[in-house]
Design a protein around this ligand. Structure first.
Ligand code: ADP
Length: 304
């Protein structure tokens, strides 16, 4: 029988109890701050360490929501994979702990929210901005690839911006570790608009290339303000993905090199997609700044 534990989500202080190296039981206190957002099964709040004053983004998962073994296993895998990663373009995993009611995952706080918030605010981004963000995402993807990790849910809502406007890949809830060369994953997962065709045809299995497909969807969405396969009906979206049925809206002027970049990622055959080894040589990824000014959070960059 699942136990429905009351969750003191309104409590303003969170206490972490841990044992130090001498075996003494210690406590750390955190103040709960602003609500940052809500995901599939977590709420995210700002937590301030009262001793050091360091602020974290804390994913706050009620134990009551983990009554099903599958949910527990999923969280365990997310923690296991995310904590093993450390890179400039991956949200830093600080540590995790639990109390009687909740599990808390303490992450690097990304004060400038997600790229989804940015694109919604700005409607669409300029090519120079897309280039700058895509190059940073690729850097994070190369690192994940070297660590044998497939993210499997790359989308604008899982890409965050810190105060320096650096992109950070987050939410490893659907990530998978490739255990042996050539291993194919079979779990159908992802977010409808970003899901790769080989994930939908579960017969063949999928691997790293699903993240390249998502990168194509991300680039398209940044430049045109909507995902390429979006419809009102998920089944129709899946049909469009499987038949590679998308087109570039004519009312937005976008260069041929950008379109070619998107086309080279949105290829039905995973092996034909532009790979991480060659991707930075593409014409799209030339001439862009390392970082963008914070003013671009609300206004397009000025042309120089
Ligand atoms: P879930 O795994 O349940 O989908 P997410 O990881 O997507 O949860 O987080 C839920 C929301 O919390 C996000 O959409 C975002 O608004 C916010 N969030 C998550 N991580 C951070 C972070 N590191 N910094 C700031 N906000 C974050």
């Amino acid at each position: 029988m699942p136990v429905d534990l009351p969750s003191p989500i309104d409590s303003q202080i969170v206490i972490e109890t841990y044992t130090d190296s001498t075996g003494t039981e210690c406590q750390k206190r955190y103040r709960k701050g602003n609500f940052l957002g809500k995901g599939g099964f977590a709420k995210c709040y700002e937590l301030t360490d009262l001793e050091s004053n360091i602020k974290y983004a804390a994913k706050w998962i009620t134990k009551a929501s983990l009554s099903k073994p599958r949910a527990k296993q999923k969280l365990k895998s997310e923690i296991q994979i995310h904590r093993s990663l450390e890179h400039q373009h991956v949200v830093k995993f600080h540590h995790h702990f639990e109390d009687k009611y909740n599990i808390y995952i303490l992450l690097e706080i990304c004060k400038n929210k997600s790229l989804n918030d940015l694109v919604k605010r700005r409607k669409r981004l300029k090519e120079v901005e897309a280039k700058c963000y895509i190059a940073q995402i690729i850097s994070g993807m190369k690192y994940m690839n070297n660590r044998n990790v497939i993210h499997r849910d790359l989308k604008l809502g899982n890409l965050f911006l810190n105060e320096k406007m650096e992109v950070k890949i987050g939410d490893f809830g659907l990530a998978a570790k490739v255990v042996f060369d050539g291993e194919k994953k079979r779990t159908i997962c992802g977010t409808p608009n970003y899901i790769a065709p080989e994930v939908l045809s579960s017969r063949v299995g999928h691997s790293y290339e699903v993240d390249l497909w998502s990168l194509g969807v991300i680039t398209f969405t940044m430049l045109f303000g909507r995902p390429p396969f979006e419809t009102r009906d998920v089944k129709l979206t899946y049909r469009k993905i499987k038949s590679n049925n998308y087109s570039f809206p004519s009312h937005v002027i976008v260069s041929d090199e950008s379109k070619d970049f998107i086309k080279s990622l949105l290829k039905t055959d995973p092996k034909s997609r532009l790979g991480l080894d060659k991707i930075m040589d593409h014409e799209f990824l030339q001439n862009y700044p390392e970082l963008l000014p914070a003013s671009t959070l609300s206004c397009p960059p000025s042309r120089s």
